[in-house]
Design a protein around this ligand. Sequence first.
Ligand SMILES: NC(=O)c1ccc[n+]([C@@H]2O[C@H](COP(=O)([O-])OP(=O)(O)OC[C@H]3O[C@@H](n4cnc5c(N)ncnc54)[C@H](OP(=O)(O)O)[C@@H]3O)[C@@H](O)[C@H]2O)c1
Length: 233
Amino acid sequence: MTEEPDLVAAYGYPRAAWLRLNMVSSADGGAWLKGVSGGLSGAGDKRIFGLLRGLADVILAGAATVRVEGYGPVEPRESWRALRVGRSAAPPIAVVTRRLDLDLGGPLFADTEPSARTIVFTTEAAPKDRRREAARSAEVVVAGDERVDLVRATRELRARGLGRILCEGGPRLNAQLSAAGLVDELCLTVSPLLIGGDAARISNGIAAQHALGLAHVLEEDGFLFCRYVREGA
Ligand SMILES: NC(=O)c1ccc[n+]([C@@H]2O[C@H](COP(=O)([O-])OP(=O)(O)OC[C@H]3O[C@@H](n4cnc5c(N)ncnc54)[C@H](OP(=O)(O)O)[C@@H]3O)[C@@H](O)[C@H]2O)c1
């Protein structure tokens, strides 16, 4: 980015009820390198990743992403202060999981602020003892029998005043959100790397076709930062 654009203006949420996906991929479409996304990222991507967190009411993630990427509570940043007037200092994390195979004693559960407790969307099929244990430190919402109904989960978030949803993946969760027609926007960083291998694309699973309009594309150090909005969103 030769001239620093006004990123807050460029990434402001258009509405109070809006679901944004933020993902990074290699130039040949892979969503991870050596099992994690970090190797695909760069300085500009990290800046935008941080800003998008500061703008969001809540961060939604699939359980595999939480496990593999070692999610903890979001650390508030001084630069977010003005963005977050009237909201918690940092957005809570909302995890989607059927099995509840998460580190329930770890930082994502034990170290959250009361205003930003972790939210767990799970199913009737989840082991009852795990549900009880999670409920000691997190807000547990049962939103389906065998699978979390994502329409219901996003409705639950909106009912809590958490309508600006930032989904950080992973690809299997993204595909379901897309199939349910819930994705309003895709922020995609294209990393200048060819990686081959068998990494999934950023949306992996059930097929769903949506036309996107390109709202902007920025560039820094060969990385492209694309913001797409779903037609009709
Ligand atoms: N490139 C990027 O920007 C980016 C971003 C995020 C992640 N990643 C990478 O993507 C990989 C992980 O992504 P992934 O696609 O394998 O998995 P994922 O979408 O993060 O998580 C899948 C898991 O989420 C739970 N889940 C998803 N949908 C559910 C539903 N409807 N009901 C109940 N539970 C549901 C299940 O958890 P349980 O198994 O607990 O039941 C499922 O195993 C990692 O390698 C990570 O590094 C890349």
